[in-house]
Design a protein around this ligand. Structure first.
Ligand SMILES: [Zn+2]
Ligand SMILES: [Zn+2]
Length: 236
């Protein structure tokens, strides 16, 4: 493929190597994804057990719905799926992506998100879904110098329908707050800037408390979205 040759040429001049094992990236696919083919196999999409029907996180000893979702009466989103636990190997990848600028990994993450959509949101059952990226946290662009989710979004856009209808108004960082404070702080700061798609697939990099998904989805529904599903690369 012509594209992959270009990635390979870039890799020759600006070698990034595999962020996991450090070996050079030698094929077009490896250069495009920013990871070697051996390490790519460490991240299968369907290597998971039973998951919560609501938030999509793996179940430990519960059946059907996780304890956290059980105490919560209602979610603003219809269903969510999370792809991977945020384990060491993923942290290594994400760090390479965010800070060491292995930007090629955006292709790898985008591929996982597309795969996750097809695996968890069957088009026959859920209909055609439009990707809506969760708007970046204020601190994020400042600390990393770029918007990592936006980079993935640009790749998704070439293969799927994307609508950037959410915006986050700036305020203090959310990190030091607990879940309830976060929700309060976040609600009113996320706004829908245009008519949202009817069936939304909201996506984000990490699922921590679920607050971001919750707030974005309620904002989208208030603005007229009918169904909102969530998809995150990792759960903390
Ligand atoms: Zn490797
Ligand atoms: Zn759950």
């Amino acid at each position: 493929m012509r594209n992959e040759t270009l990635y390979l040429i870039r890799e020759l001049f600006f070698p990034s190597a595999c962020p996991i094992c450090g070996r050079p990236l030698v094929t077009g696919r490896e250069a495009r994804f920013g990871i070697c083919s051996d390490c790519e196999r460490l991240f299968p999409l369907d290597g998971r057990g039973e998951c919560c029907e609501v938030c999509g996180r793996p179940l430990v000893s519960e059946i059907g719905v996780c304890t956290q979702c059980r105490v919560k009466e209602e979610h603003s989103f219809d269903k969510a799926a999370v792809l991977y636990p945020y384990t060491q190997k993923w942290k290594t990848l994400l760090r390479a992506y965010k800070f060491r600028r292995s930007r090629a990994l955006a292709h790898f993450f985008a591929e996982k998100i597309l795969g996750g959509r097809d695996l968890f949101f069957d088009r026959v059952v859920f209909g055609e879904l439009t990707f809506v990226p969760v708007p970046p946290r204020d601190g994020k662009i400042k600390t990393a110098g770029w918007d990592q989710v936006e980079n993935i979004t640009r790749i998704l856009e070439k293969q799927s329908v994307v609508c950037r209808c959410l915006r986050r108004l700036s305020s203090m960082t959310q990190k030091k707050l607990n879940a309830e404070e976060r929700a309060k702080n976040l609600k009113g700061r996320i706004v829908c800037t245009k008519k949202p798609p009817q069936n939304v697939l909201l996506f984000d990099d990490v699922y921590t408390t679920g607050t971001t998904l919750e707030v974005c989805s309620s904002v989208l529904k208030e603005a007229g979205a009918e169904k909102v599903y969530g998809l995150c690369l990792f759960h903390a």
